[in-house]
Structures are given as structure tokens and as C-alpha cells.
Write a new protein. Structure first.
Lengths: 114, 235
């Protein structure tokens, strides 16, 4: 089985990781979320005049709780992907084995008859 | 790419809801019809939806020293088209708005428009163009997912710049002044993430082809001969 694509993907991920270790060790980046940054820019553009029209209904009480929910989200998705890919992989293999055994049996039966 | 709760004026909230709702309605209709006619697609639908769940939850550190996340919508867009992917994206965005205070209900329309509609649309168009140009299929998936991701963040910057043009009055120059400021937050940050997203999407596609290629043929994503060629190369 060719593993060329896996090799390329792992290389890309390693380069990504190297980028992170390099940037984090050479700068004092705070690695805050890009999604939170527009608030500052909006303040700057409007001179602080803009007030958000709504507040989140519920906020995770702490960063730990927030990461819990993000972890749950990722885990739920990963279980579903792993379950179905694994299910069909095993199913295909089982069906292949079953076909091979049936063919062998048929050949044996034919030999006995002749 | 999630615009935070309350960070769009009422007018723009309504504009993006108005733009998104018809697409979601059409997507829900298509999804319903598809599931009724072909129940066998459900596992693949679940996998593409789950992929959006996983990727959009991963906040990854980028070269700019800030964190952002991929969208994961490329695979769904290629297999099921942008409208159905928009429905799946909306589910993820509602989850994040309710439980993570990430994005929001007032900005849901805008966030659905960027992550659920424009991103998948760009992915889908690149996939179509790539198939016509007959380039390597996994490379097409890579390009479709990566540019879909990037397009999502450009759309977010556009939405914010339209709502907050420099000086308050929306003109061509004031729009671009704000647009470049918002783009500065997202564009570079997103490039490495888009590359990773493209690569991982191509890998997921490889596994779907390995285990369930009949669905891809049925959905007319690939034809028989290309599936044989791809499986021959990868088996």
C-alpha cells in the first residue's frame, strides 16, 4: 500500500510544528485568538464609540471549561470519523476474505465431483 | 473567523441573515431529499460533518503569533455541494455560539455566510475547475480545502469592513482602509493553517475512497475509472 500521501501530510504537519516552536522561542507572541482581535480594531476605527449590541447568552465560566467544550467537540467528531472508517475497512476486508474462501470451497467441490 | 456576539450592528446582522437563510433553506431541502432517496450516504455525510466538528475546534498557533482555526468544510463541499455543507456548518456554529461563547447568535448569519457558504462555494468551484483541468485528484482536494479556508477568512474581513468602514461612512476607500486592517489579523495567520487543512482533507479523502468509493461514484464526485486509478495508486 502506497503511503506517499501520508508521508507528505506528516511532513507538512512537522513543518507546521517547527514553525510554532521557532516562532514561540524567538518572539514573545501571546498566541491569543485571531477571532478576538477584531474587537480592538473596531475600537480603533470607531474611536471606541461602538458598543456590542448583544452579549453571549452563556459564557464558559473559565478557560478550563472552555477547553473542555472544545475537547468534547473534537472528540465527538473524531469518534464518528474513526467509527465509520474502521467499520467499512473491516467490512470490506471481511467480505474479501469471505469471497476468497467461498471461491476456494467451490474449486474444491468441483475437483471432488470430477 | 467567528465574529463575536454583538460585534455587528443590527443592520448588518440582518443583511447576513437575509443572505444566509435562503441558502440554508435550500440546503436543508436538498439534504432531506438526498437522505430520503439515498440512505446509504448517511455514513459519509456523518464523516464529513464530523470533520467540520474536529477541524473547527482546533485553534492552532500560526506564524503571526496568534491562534486561529481551520474550517473543515472542503470535503463536504466536494462530496455534497455547498448548500448541504452550509447546513452542517450552521450546526457547528450554533454549537459554538451556545456552549463556547465563540461567535454568536446575532452574528450567526454573517458567520454562516463566511464559513458555511462562501468557503464551501470556493472549494466546490476549485474542485470543478480542477477536475476539468485533469490535475492530480488529491492535489485538487488540497487546493479546494485550502482556498476554501482562506476565502472564509477573507469574507469575515469583508463583513467586518462593511460594518466598520474607516471614518464611519461606507465608501470605496474607507472600506478598503478597514478591510486591510481586518485582513492583517486573518490573512497571514491563516496561510499555514489553510495548508494544513488542505493536506488533512486530502488524506481524509484518500481513506473515504479506500473504504467507501461507491458512494463517491454515486454522488458523481469521481467516476469509476478515476476511482480504480486512485485505488491502484494507493493500494
Amino acid at each position: 500500500m502506497s503511503r506517499k500521501l501520508e508521508f507528505i501530510v506528516i511532513t507538512i504537519i512537522l513543518i507546521f510544528a517547527a514553525q510554532f516552536f521557532y516562532t514561540s522561542s524567538t518572539t514573545h507572541a501571546d498566541y491569543s485568538g485571531a477571532d478576538d482581535k477584531p474587537a480592538g480594531v473596531i475600537d480603533q476605527i470607531t474611536g471606541g464609540a461602538y458598543k456590542p449590541i448583544a452579549e453571549p447568552i452563556w459564557k464558559p465560566p473559565s478557560d478550563e471549561i472552555e477547553s473542555l467544550f472544545f475537547g468534547l467537540q473534537a472528540a465527538t467528531g473524531a469518534i464518528i470519523i474513526g467509527y465509520f472508517l474502521g467499520y467499512y475497512r473491516a467490512k470490506n476486508r471481511f467480505e474479501n476474505d469471505f469471497d476468497i474462501q467461498r471461491d476456494k470451497k467451490l474449486q474444491r467441490d468441483e475437483k471432488i465431483q470430477t | 473567523m467567528h465574529i463575536m456576539e454583538g460585534f455587528l450592528p443590527v443592520f448588518w446582522c440582518l443583511v447576513w441573515f437575509a443572505a444566509s437563510i435562503p441558502v440554508i433553506a435550500f440546503g436543508a431541502y436538498k439534504l432531506n431529499k438526498l437522505v430520503k432517496e439515498k440512505r446509504e450516504i448517511l455514513p459519509v455525510l456523518a464523516v464529513t460533518g464530523a470533520f467540520i466538528f474536529v477541524l473547527s475546534s482546533l485553534k492552532m498557533p500560526s506564524v503571526t503569533g496568534s491562534c486561529s482555526h481551520p474550517t473543515g468544510t472542503g470535503v463536504g463541499a466536494i462530496i455534497f455541494g455547498p448548500a448541504i455543507t452550509a447546513v452542517m456548518g450552521t450546526i457547528v456554529l450554533i454549537f459554538q455560539a451556545l456552549f463556547l461563547a465563540h461567535g454568536g447568535l446575532t452574528t450567526l448569519g454573517a458567520n454562516v455566510f463566511s464559513m458555511g457558504i462562501v468557503g464551501p462555494m470556493v472549494s466546490y468551484l476549485i474542485y470543478k475547475a480542477g477536475m476539468k483541468a485533469k490535475i492530480n485528484f488529491y492535489f485538487i482536494v488540497f487546493l479546494a480545502a485550502a482556498f476554501g479556508d482562506w476565502a472564509t477568512y477573507i469574507t469575515t474581513s469583508t463583513e467586518l469592513a462593511l460594518a466598520f468602514p474607516a471614518g464611519g461612512l461606507l465608501t470605496y476607500t474607507s472600506f478598503f482602509s478597514s478591510f486591510s486592517k481586518f485582513l492583517a489579523i486573518f490573512a497571514i495567520t491563516q496561510i499555514p493553517l489553510a495548508v494544513v487543512e488542505g493536506a488533512v482533507s486530502a488524506l481524509l479523502f484518500k481513506y473515504v475512497i479506500e473504504v467507501k468509493s461507491d458512494i463517491l461514484v454515486e454522488m458523481k464526485v469521481l467516476n469509476e475509472s478515476l476511482v480504480r486509478k486512485l485505488r491502484g495508486l494507493s493500494s
